[in-house]
Design a protein around this ligand. Structure first.
Ligand SMILES: [Zn+2]
Length: 103
């Protein structure tokens, strides 16, 4: 399983889950009730999170990116690994590098 989304608000996570569902991707909601319960965990780790099957990861990330932003501008190429990325992505999904070189 791969984590594709997390947010401090269960509402945001539920919305993201609906986005995935409408794209035909099943997701698993974790940490639904954990937030605020465990003071020793880093906060991000206690946030509600969405997981998908490994094979669905890229499709899920694309569906979420499409839902979150309106694509604009041109595709860009990752400086580190050479992956060509669609404009709505602000970081490389392959190596994690950020899009510092967007024109
Ligand atoms: Zn890259």
């Amino acid at each position: 399983m791969k984590r594709v989304f997390r947010a401090g608000s269960l509402i945001q996570v539920a919305h993201a889950r609906n986005v995935l569902l409408s794209a035909g991707i099943q997701s698993e909601l974790r940490n639904q009730y954990l937030a605020g319960a465990l003071g020793d965990l880093p906060m991000l780790e206690t946030w509600p999170q969405l997981y998908v099957e490994d094979a669905d990861e890229q499709a899920a990330l694309r569906a979420l990116a499409r839902a979150a932003t309106v694509p604009s501008g041109a595709s860009w190429t990752c400086e580190l690994c050479g992956e060509v990325l669609e404009p709505q992505f602000t970081s490389c999904w392959r190596c994690g590098s950020t899009a510092s070189s967007i024109p």
